[in-house]
Design a protein around this ligand. Structure first.
Ligand code: TYM
Length: 333
């Protein structure tokens, strides 16, 4: 049986290799399987949980759509739309925020990381953001949600919310409890400057990540400067637990070449990092340069990108508005 796929990406600029290998690459494979019905959302409501410049936000929304298409998602096969275009997402989030418990949200590690030391000054939206994410998923009866490892906890929360809603209102299986689709290996790509930190768009140093809009020279330069350790390449996969930078780079290489981590370790065992880095750069340039060029080309055609979003919003609205009406009936409105 085909899957109903839903996933989202925040339009906050600097989409990077982590987003690609952790999520978007998977979106493309799912989109290519004709049995699946896929919906990919540019989650602009999520983006404003942290202050955004309105002009930049608009550009970033278009850039996210361009990235989806440049990576290989076909807008004729999958629905691509922006979240703020479909009112049901915000309506659903409110209703579900009356189902979710404070205790559940207090456990969310991403809020703690993002809010940092000054929790009192974080927006309420940043705190309740996983409930909006649950609304996104549940409105479309998604059976599977492809995400990187950092979203796992939010998906577990979504499952808890769905189950509690179904129990509270005695509507068995009304909200579909979704399964996460998280790759077993390489679901968390780390910073090129620190193998213990996630690659992230908010990291200050641009050298910490490969952006999907980087050109060939930038990619080669960033890999050259990527942190390693003074030893030669690991000979045994067990060494990787203590050699986080080597682990990350080998993981990226394996993911790009669709090979097992063990095979990559064997291939480069005992060699110099510089030799490995050359091969890694080659694979990265082969994969990312065409995407980067295509994104830049697509960004020159704003009307095309806006039309994709408009069509997507129309299609998404047809599905989500029906579901929210049923939710409201069930609640008693
Ligand atoms: P966002 O925009 O932070 O990231 C988009 C996707 O990229 C993955 N990702 C990574 N994967 C591996 N390594 C990394 N370093 C890395 N960094 C990011 C994320 O896991 C994600 O899959 N809340 C979500 C967006 C969202 C959503 C949804 C996702 C909103 N509604 C409904 C699924 C379903 C977010 O902020 O992702």
């Amino acid at each position: 049986m085909g899957k109903k796929i839903f996933s989202g990406v925040q339009p906050t600029g600097n989409l990077h290799l982590g987003n690609y290998l952790g999520a978007i690459k998977n979106f493309v494979d799912l989109n290519n399987d004709n049995d699946n019905k896929c919906i990919f959302c540019v989650v602009d409501l999520h983006a404003i949980t942290i202050k955004q410049d309105p002009k930049e936000l608009k550009n970033n929304i278009r850039e996210t759509v361009a990235t989806f298409i440049a990576s290989g998602i076909d807008p004729k096969k999958s629905i691509i739309f922006n979240q703020s275009g479909v009112a049901a997402h915000a309506e659903g989030a409110w209703i579900l925020s009356c189902i979710a418990r404070m205790g559940w949200l207090n456990r969310m590690t991403q809020f703690k990381e993002k809010a940092g030391k000054d929790k009192e000054k974080a927006s309420i939206g940043l705190y309740s953001y996983p409930v909006l994410m649950a609304s996104d998923i549940l409105l479309y009866d998604a059976t599977h949600v492809p995400v990187g490892d950092d979203q796992k906890q939010h998906l577990e929360l979504c499952r808890d919310i769905a189950q509690k809603f179904n129990n509270d209102f005695e509507v068995e299986n009304f909200l579909q409890v979704p399964e996460p689709l998280i790759q077993k290996e390489f679901s968390r790509i780390m910073s090129l400057k620190d193998g213990s930190k996630k690659m992230s768009k908010s990291e200050l140093s641009d050298l910490s990540r490969i952006n999907l809009t980087d050109d060939k020279d930038q990619i080669i330069n960033k890999i050259k400067k990527a942190k390693t350790d003074p030893l030669s390449m690991p000979k045994d996969i067990k060494e990787l637990d203590k050699r986080l930078e080597a682990k990350n780079l080998l993981g990226i290489y394996s993911s790009l070449t669709n090979s097992k981590l063990q095979n990559s370790v064997t291939n480069f065992a005992g060699k110099n990092f510089s030799e490995f880095k050359e091969k890694l750069s080659e694979e990265l340039v082969n994969k990312i340069e065409p995407i980067s060029n295509e994104i830049k080309k697509l960004l020159g055609d704003e009307r095309y990108l806006d039309k994709i979003l408009l069509d997507g919003v129309e299609k998404a609205n047809l599905i989500a508005s029906k579901k929210i009406e049923r939710i409201k009936e069930i609640v008693g409105f």
